[in-house]
Design a protein around this ligand. Sequence first.
Ligand SMILES: Nc1ncnc2c1ncn2[C@@H]1O[C@H](COP(=O)(O)OP(=O)(O)O)[C@@H](O)[C@H]1O
Ligand SMILES: [Mg+2]
Length: 258
Amino acid sequence: MARRIVITSGKGGVGKTTVCANLGVQLAKRGKRVVMLDADVGLNNLDVIMGIENKVVYDVFDVLDGKCRLKQALIEDMFLPNLYVLPSARPLSNAKVSSAQFRHVVDGLKNFDYVLIDCPAGISGGFHRAVSAAYEAFVVVTPAISSLRDADKVLSLLSSYNLQNTGIIINRIRGDMVLRRESMSAEDVARLLRKKPSAVIPESDEIALSASNGTLKDVDGVFSLLAENVENGTHKVLDCTAKYKGFMGRIKSYGRKI
Ligand SMILES: Nc1ncnc2c1ncn2[C@@H]1O[C@H](COP(=O)(O)OP(=O)(O)O)[C@@H](O)[C@H]1O
Ligand SMILES: [Mg+2]
């Protein structure tokens, strides 16, 4: 049976789609059969980040309308044969898909090892649709106060769902700022949310750039570490401050500041 994992957060722009796509790639590299889908049906960020938006023939709406079979709508990744995206490319169709319909589509993906559901921002209809189709959840959080407050709310909301496991992924940590005490550390975030993180991801231009051109890069091995943690239930994370320590580190830190 597929592990169904929703990647969520209260706030938009914290990195849900980035995490979802990179996790999918790394799980597929480990030989797992993975399918990713956008619960923000109509706002097809996932297709874009995976660089497959021009390959869409059928999408989730065609599946729901009975115009094609689920298998026909799946798009295989250009590089990894066991990685698929179920696209949702039609704008303004979001409200038309109920939670039950969405769950029905996800039920049809049971032959995969992993179904990764990219959750829309906010905690309204789209959130419910995404979470109620999943068995596990990750809340993506950044060290910004607004993101932390939202993550805390979302974690308590998630406790009312019947989920087997709820974890956190801390994104956009600036190691140099943490060392200068200008930003909260990953440890601070974890302590405040009372959860061990499954990943600590640095703020990185390379992550942003690779997401925008559809060729995802495993910066500092951080996403393969996340995939390993997801597979094994472990909590090995990157120390984002390490490269700013020592003499050369201080030079790097100075370079980032100017
Ligand atoms: N660790 C990171 N470092 C730098 N930029 C990031 C990082 N994570 C996400 N981003 C950028 O932040 C923006 C929002 O990310 P996205 O994954 O679309 O967020 P969400 O799906 O939560 O709205 C994108 O431009 C993305 O490239
Ligand atoms: Mg997104």
